[in-house]
Design a protein around this ligand. Structure first.
Ligand code: SF4
Length: 335
């Protein structure tokens, strides 16, 4: 979503796809030859470039595929503990914090936390549905130094988007994006592709070209949270192949950056771009709620060593299909 990346993820080259369609139907349980994950995927090194932090669990929407759903009771950290989290992240050398949720704008002390990030020398972004963004909110976010707003979009039309996110949400999200752009805040659009909206992937690119955003990033529905109950909506291999090919073409010509997320293509960044839950647990990435250790109950010196130990045991923990881990070509040669 605009946070610094340990490596860029790239679309599959037009002449490379891991399987034939026939193979897909004959033998669904694939192993990729020369799996890049053992050799080419580095462990976290001295510091973590970016973390996602679901600062609050509540949300004003009820998206059918929400990943932020767990099977245990949890409570948001209070302000004192949340400020402690920020100090610990700064100690570890984190460069960029992505405030996420739930809906982060529902957290009453969000601006205080952003200000604390700024004071601690860390840049920050926000992942939001943007339906609560007003002109005043956008102005404050701008003054606080918000580096980028990642805004969720699940279709190019109100009908498709609202079927996932609820009636009226498309119009409110468009309004929120307009306020953010009017405040000169960079906006990245984030689309979760599924069978419900994959037919509108190119239309989404065309739509956002009109909105003045800098990037549109495509992910894929994975079996996390409520997504676990949407098996019929997952992209299968032929659908994945078709959409990645067409988005590759769009990326060559569009005036906005058209990029893939790890759940759709390429290298897994589990434990390299870790996540913090609203109650302070560190998980391998924002799509996984597998609790590794509690940030406030663990010495800061242990933060990176524990992530290093957890990395290989948590690759692809989001449940993305094997075919999305497309070859080491998607990891730069210097890695
Ligand atoms: S587990 Fe999935 S979503 Fe998480 S970093 Fe890996 S590929 Fe990305």
């Amino acid at each position: 979503m605009g946070a610094p990346k340990p490596w860029p993820t790239r679309w599959p080259e037009p002449d490379y796809y891991p399987f034939d369609d026939d193979d897909y139907f004959e033998e669904p349980d694939y192993e990729i030859e020369d799996d890049p994950q053992e050799e080419s995927y580095p462990l976290p090194e001295e510091r973590i470039q970016s973390v996602t932090w679901g600062v609050t669990h509540p949300c004003n929407l009820r998206c059918v595929h929400c990943y932020d759903v767990v099977d245990y009771r949890r409570q948001d950290l209070n302000t004192v503990d949340a400020l402690d989290v920020i100090q610990r992240l700064a100690w570890v050398g984190v460069e960029f914090v992505v405030f996420s949720g739930g809906e982060p704008l529902l957290r009453k002390d969000l601006f205080d936390l952003m200000s604390a990030c700024q004071s601690a020398g860390m840049k920050f972004g926000m992942r939001s549905n943007a339906t609560l963004v007003t002109q005043e909110t956008a102005s404050i976010l701008r003054q606080l130094g918000l580096a980028v707003a990642g805004v969720s979009l699940d279709g190019a039309t109100a009908e498709t988007h609202d079927a996932v996110r609820g009636p009226g949400s498309f119009q409110k999200t468009m309004q929120g994006i307009a306020f953010l752009r009017a405040a000169d805040i960079p906006v990245n659009i984030e689309v979760v592709l599924s069978r419900r909206n994959v037919h509108q992937s190119l239309a989404c690119v065309e739509l956002v070209e009109q909105l003045g955003v800098q990037e549109i990033n495509f992910s894929a529905l994975t079996p996390q949270g409520r997504g676990a109950w949407l098996r019929e909506d997952y992209l299968d291999y032929p659908a994945w192949r078709e959409v990645t090919a067409s988005l590759y073409q769009a990326s060559q010509t569009s005036k906005v950056s058209v990029s893939p997320a790890c759940a759709l293509v390429g290298a897994c960044v589990a434990c390299i771009e870790p996540n913090i839950t609203c109650d302070g647990w560190v998980t391998p990435c924002y799509l996984s709620k597998r609790r590794l250790f509690h940030l406030l109950e663990t010495p800061v010196e242990e933060f990176i060593p524990r992530l290093r130990r957890a990395r290989l045991g948590n690759l692809d923990v989001c449940g993305r299909p094997k075919w999305t881990a497309v070859k080491a070509a998607h990891v730069p040669a210097n890695r």
